[in-house]
Design a protein around this ligand. Sequence first.
Ligand SMILES: [Zn+2]
Length: 177
Amino acid sequence: MDTQPAGGQHPRPTPRVVVGILRAVRGWLIAVTGGVLLFGCYLGVSAETDPGRQLPYFVSGGLGGLALVFLGSALLVADQIDAAAKARGRLDRQVDDLHRLIVAAASAPAPATPTTVADPAAGGQDDGGLFAVPAGRTYHRRTCEMIASKPAQPVDSAQIAARGLTPCTICEPKPAA
Ligand SMILES: [Zn+2]
């Protein structure tokens, strides 16, 4: 097998890529080499009937092949463990980031939520609520300028009916149900 092609016509892959490929396949290469040695040993042993002459095949091919198969397998397992550890490290970092985000969000001051308490002076949005000045005869939208500087209070349909309030003609609030 010619793993070193002659000539520099082809752009060589960067060493980093070569190292990566070698790392990825070295376990298989070594294990397969061991397998080939074992097979050669088997062929050699089957060709010899004299146990004394079989021994060298066992020693050189058999033991060497077995050693290579074990080494290759060990490398493959080590690579698997390495890859798993790297993946776990990535996961740990992601969980850390997530945790930091959650902690930061939890410790940040809560965003001001629009209060449902009536406060026309605060210039709240018109959320459909109805308001009336305590001594007034009309009811208004929250945003009505007629109550902007007055102590208006929220009123519901029952209060509007009880006080006989009429809708403001400026802001034209929805009829009280
Ligand atoms: Zn009004």
